[in-house]
Design a protein around this ligand. Structure first.
Ligand code: KE4
Length: 428
């Protein structure tokens, strides 16, 4: 497998783009080596510019639940594009996607579309502050909600791999309004509320964490957060950017029966085009401009091509009656095959999985929060990652990310991944 053209393109791109990439985790920084420049994708497959084929387990970090280049999505984008690419005016497609998202999240009465998950969580946070008149926010170490200033404190995802979980460039006065708790530790949240009763606007969390690797909520954690936020008059913001429409038709909120005040979406609802959204109860959302005093805007918000891709994606999801059963079956098959392969090679791993999201942690300890995730063997992961890559499996280039299985992954694809993992574990 040669990566000559990827190396040439990477060398050129580093001269023009910081790190040669437009999002840090793509740079292979924590695993080393040259990121593969992708030429095209179809179903469960990727091909790089050197013609190498991979089974893709990144899925563009979540959007590709149906697999790449789904015919309905491609057709919808093409049909929309011949009528124009952007108008800066309301269109029917925005209403159609709004109806589809809210149909699956019946507790939400209003939704506003933006262009990324970052914009969604940033806007939801501003709304929570504006609606409550309070400044402080509670987030969890290792949770990643995009790169808005207030949320780049103790963040997960790429921020965990660069060793800068609290980013430079965030003013101290901003960072101090972000209080950090430990995931799965209700007492750590209770202490923050007791120290600042009635000054905390919201708690935001990943209902299943994907951004320190997959970490599941312990029993009663989510219900406990709902009780604490009710007790102190704070809003509960559920970040479903990664889990929305992935863990169930109504996301983690449906799967875990969560009563959220605000919900954030991204990834899948755009079908691979730039879409984010935030929504919630009308009495909260109607604080948003032009109705209320909380301002939020966007030139390309509700873009017709992105809306078309989202509509086609959610319609295809709805029309695929066995989607979640297949995602669960493939996820289970992958989890069990990887565990058997690791055990056979006597490599200690812990695999955390919910449905089609999973992470292999190189450790013999349970992983249920930032500290336990951070202690896992990142070097061993990096060697295993390259063992997979050279055998044609495209795994997330970080120990602190989730793998995404799609409806396009066949049992044969999963077997291929398991076989590559077996060899990679042995060589580790
Ligand atoms: P975007 O701004 O990247 O669209 O969404 C930010 C975001 C918000 N909330 C959650 C739970 C997320 O997972 C994300 C983004 N996820 C990362 C992958 N872990 C995006 C990949 C990247 O940063 O390149």
């Amino acid at each position: 497998m040669n990566s000559n053209l990827s190396e040439t393109l990477f060398a050129k791109s580093r001269k023009l783009i910081p790190g040669g990439v437009n999002s840090p985790v793509r740079a292979f920084g924590s695993v080393g080596g040259t990121p593969r420049f992708i030429q095209r994708a179809l179903g469960s497959s990727l091909w790089d510019v050197d013609g190498n084929h991979y089974i893709d387990l990144v899925g563009s970090w979540g959007p590709m639940i149906l697999g790449h280049s789904h015919p309905d999505v491609i057709a919808a984008i093409h049909e929309a594009s011949v009528s124009g690419t952007s108008f800066g005016a309301p269109t029917e497609r925005e209403l159609m996607l709004a109806e589809r998202v809210l149909q699956r999240y019946p507790a939400c009465q209003r939704i506003r579309f933006v262009n990324s998950g970052t914009e969604a969580t940033m806007s939801a946070l501003r709304l929570a502050r504006g609606a409550t008149g309070r400044d402080f926010l509670i987030k969890f170490a290792g949770n990643y909600h995009g790169h808005a200033d207030s949320l780049l404190v103790a963040a997960g995802s790429g921020a965990m791999t660069t060793g800068v979980p609290s980013s430079a460039g965030v003013p101290a006065d901003t960072a101090k309004t972000t209080l950090v708790a430990r995931y799965n530790d209700l007492d750590s949240v209770r202490r923050l509320f007791e120290a600042r009763p009635y000054k905390i606007a919201a708690v935001i969390l990943e209902p299943v964490v994907g951004n320190m690797g997959v970490v599941l909520p312990n029993k009663d954690f989510l219900a406990g957060l709902r009780q604490l936020t009710h007790d102190y008059g704070a809003l509960l913001i559920i970040d479903e950017v990664m889990t929305g429409f992935r863990l169930a038709p109504g996301g983690a909120i449906e799967r875990f029966n969560i009563d959220a005040d605000l919900v954030c979406w991204g990834k899948i609802i755009g079908g691979g085009l730039p879409v984010g959204a935030y929504g919630g109860k009308a009495e909260i959302m109607d604080h948003i401009s032009p109705l209320g005093k909380v301002y939020q805007a966007g030139t390309l918000s509700g873009n017709p091509l992105a809306m078309a891709a989202g509509i086609a994606t959610l319609d295809a999801i709805k029309n695929t009656s066995d989607l979640y059963d297949v995602l669960e079956a493939r996820g289970q098959m992958l989890e069990h095959g990887l565990k058997q392969a690791a055990d056979k090679a006597a490599v200690p791993v812990k695999i955390n999985r919910v449905g089609s999201m999973l992470t292999v942690f190189f450790t013999d300890q349970e992983v249920q929060d930032f500290d336990s995730a951070a202690k896992t063997n990142v070097e061993q992961f990096g060697r295993w990652f390259h063992g997979l890559l050279k055998r044609g499996v495209y795994w997330p280039a970080s120990a602190f990310e989730a793998v995404f299985v799609s409806y396009a992954h066949s049992e044969a694809d999963i077997e291929t991944v398991i076989d590559a993992a077996k060899a990679a574990f042995v060589k580790i």
